[in-house]
Design a protein around this ligand. Structure first.
Ligand code: F6R
Length: 241
């Protein structure tokens, strides 16, 4: 694992955007695995700036997102498709047909999970997978469990994740209770992984994930076994490393 500590959130985002930009320059038709949440917003802002400055070209890039809520249509401003359009896709020249987010409205969610896994596999899995981490150590929506889920699957969200996500909804009742997520096995097949961690409230889970035992009780700890992981943190999140 490579660990890159920046002074603050802005510095962490610059590091993240620089690493993703390097991936695009190295392989213009790369497959990016993308994440939503608060952490990557600043990274996407920096990427959009680089694109506007003529430094980046997304025209040949393909993307697969980690996850999507079950039951939210793409036009719902809390859906992850909506998030990606607003924060990145509509700001750069990536082709809409090259971007993929699980379909949370699929009638048969199990079939959708199989379709999404096959799609990701057909791409040969991401060249670079961007991840955030939940307060309980989840990556994607892979919550603490007895074992590591292998492939894309449907999850029931834990109470702590529902609570954490409720800040984006008008009321707790509106927070979806289920999601489709890439499995830990899907994530681990990415060639390179970029894990972004920011903020004082993530310092304990950052330590557990990076320095603690590898256990499905802390899903992100599995990344210690991946051959090419870069963790970017700000000083607040790195305080216990
Ligand atoms: C989002 C995702 C989640 C988030 C995690 C951290 O696609 O997969 O695992 O990365 O919940 O979210 P933030 O960045 O909002 O703290």
């Amino acid at each position: 694992m490579r660990i890159l500590i920046a002074k603050d959130y802005d510095g962490m985002c610059r590091n993240g955007a620089d690493l993703i930009a390097a991936q695009l320059l190295l392989k213009p038709n790369c497959v990016l695995g993308l994440a939503t949440g608060s952490t990557p917003c600043g990274i996407y802002d920096r990427l959009a700036e680089k694109y506007s400055a003529g430094e980046l070209d997304f025209s040949a890039v393909h993307s697969v997102n980690l996850d999507e809520y079950v039951g939210l249509p793409p036009e719902n401003d809390q859906s992850y498709r909506y998030f990606m359009q607003k924060n990145l896709f509509d700001r750069v020249n990536i082709r809409r047909e090259n971007t993929h987010v699980p379909n949370g409205l699929a009638e048969d969610i199990e079939a959708e999970c199989r379709r999404y896994e096959q799609l990701t596999a057909a791409y040969g899995y991401p060249d670079l997978q961007l991840l955030g981490i939940g307060l309980n150590g989840h990556i994607g929506f892979n919550e603490p469990d007895e074992s590591f889920p292998v492939a894309t699957h449907r999850v029931s969200l834990t109470e702590s994740t529902i609570q954490a996500n409720s800040r984006f909804f008008k009321s707790l009742d509106e927070v979806p209770r289920a999601a489709v997520t890439m499995g830990i096995g899907t994530i681990m097949r990415a060639r390179r992984i970029l894990l972004a961690i920011s903020g004082e409230n993530k310092k304990e889970i950052a330590r557990a994930a990076i320095l603690g035992p590898v256990t499905p009780r802390v899903p992100a700890s599995v990344l210690q076994l991946h051959p090419d992981v870069t963790v970017i943190l700000d000083e607040a999140a790195a305080a216990l490393l």
